[in-house]
Design a protein around this ligand. Sequence first.
Ligand SMILES: N[C@@H](CCC(=O)N[C@@H](CS)C(=O)NCC(=O)O)C(=O)O
Length: 386
Amino acid sequence: MIKRLSVLLFALALVAAACGDDSGDSATTTTTGDGQATTTTADGATPTTTGGDTGQGGGTLAAVKARGVLNCGVSTGAVAFTEIQPDGSATGIDADYCRALAAAVLGDSEAVVFFPTTAAERFDVLKAGQVDVLFRNTTWTASRDTDVGLDFGPTTYYDGQGLMGPSNRFSSDSGPADVDGAILCTNAGTTTEKNIREWASLGGASISLETVENFSEAMDAFIAGRCDLVTTDASGLVGEKISRELSGEIEVDEWVVFPTSPISKEPLGPAYRQNDSEWGDVVNWTVYSTFIAFEKGMNSTNVDELRAAAGTDDGDPEIARMFGDASPEIMAALGLDADAFYNVISQVGSYDEIFDRNLNPVGLFREGGLNDLWTEGGLIYAPPFR
Ligand SMILES: N[C@@H](CCC(=O)N[C@@H](CS)C(=O)NCC(=O)O)C(=O)O
C-alpha cells in the first residue's frame, strides 16, 4: 500500500531537484520555439537520464515494471483534469489515465505516484527521467514533438483556448477589439502565451500579458482585480467558472468564457520521451483500449459480461483479442500481461466513463462535440485491435 502523503512529498522534492540549480555545472537553459525551457549541456547535447532510471531511447517499460509503480507527471491542479487530494492521490481525467496506464503495466490502477509539475518545468522533469509519462493537459505541437524531444500519444481531450472575464464587461461575442488595452493573466511555459499574443496582434488589439507559475495564481490575480481577464484552455476556464458557481463563490454567469469558437487548437494527451517506441506503444494502446471500449458500449460495469460473451460464437472477436483471450501474441509483443487491457477497463473504465465521471460535473460534455466517438461525428477513433 502506498503511503500517499509521504510519497507525494518525496515526489515534490524530486521535481524540485529536477528544476533547481543542481542539474549540472555545464547546463544552460534555453527557450525553444514553443516557449519551453530546455536544458542542454555545454556542447548543446540533450543530457541523458540523470536518475539512472530511464533515458532518451528506451527502457521505460522495463523500468516501470522493475520499480512496481508508475511515476506520472500531472499538473499542480486543473479542475476535472488533475485535482491533488490532501493524501497525495489525484482525481481527474489526467489522473485517471495515469491509473489506466498503471493498470495496464502493473495490473494495479493504484500503483501510481503523481508528480505535480508546472507547465514550464514539465518537459524537463520528463526528459530527466523523473516521470515516465505526462498526463498534464499538454498540447501536442510540432515544436514539442521535434525540438523539445517528446513523442505524443492519442489525444484524450480536444480542447481550444478561450478567455474569461466579468460578464458585465465582456460577452460570448467579445473579440480582439473588446480586449484592447486589457491586462490578461495566464501561466508561463504554455501554448496559451503564444496563441493570445498572435490572436490579439492579428485582431489589432494591444494587450498586456502577465504570466505566473501556476494557473491558480492567475485566477487569484483575476479575482483580486489585478488582471482584467484570464486565458487558458477552455476546459480549464469552464472548470474554474462552474466549480466556483457550484460552491457559491461567484454568481451564476458572473464570468463569461469567450469567444464561442476557440482561438486555437489544443489537442491534449500523453507525452513521453522520444525514441522509446516500446513504451510509446504501451501508452498509446492503453488509451486506445479505452476508446475501443467506448465504441463497443463496454465499461467497468459490463466488462465481465461482454468478455464472457466475446468467447462465444456471436461474441465480439475484437474484445477477445484486446483482452488476450484470443491472439495473446499481440499482448506479448506489447510486453504486457494478456489481461492488461481487461485491467484497464475493469479498474478504470472506458473513455466515455472516464470523461463523464470527471468532466460532466463541471459542465463539460462530449456528446456532439470533438470528444465524441467518430461514428457520432467526433474525433475519438482507435485503430483496429488485430
Ligand atoms: N495546454 C496548454 C496549457 C496547459 C496548462 O498549463 N493549463 C493550465 C490551465 S488548465 C494548467 O495546467 N494549470 C495547472 C497548473 O498550472 O499546474 C499547454 O500544453 O501549454
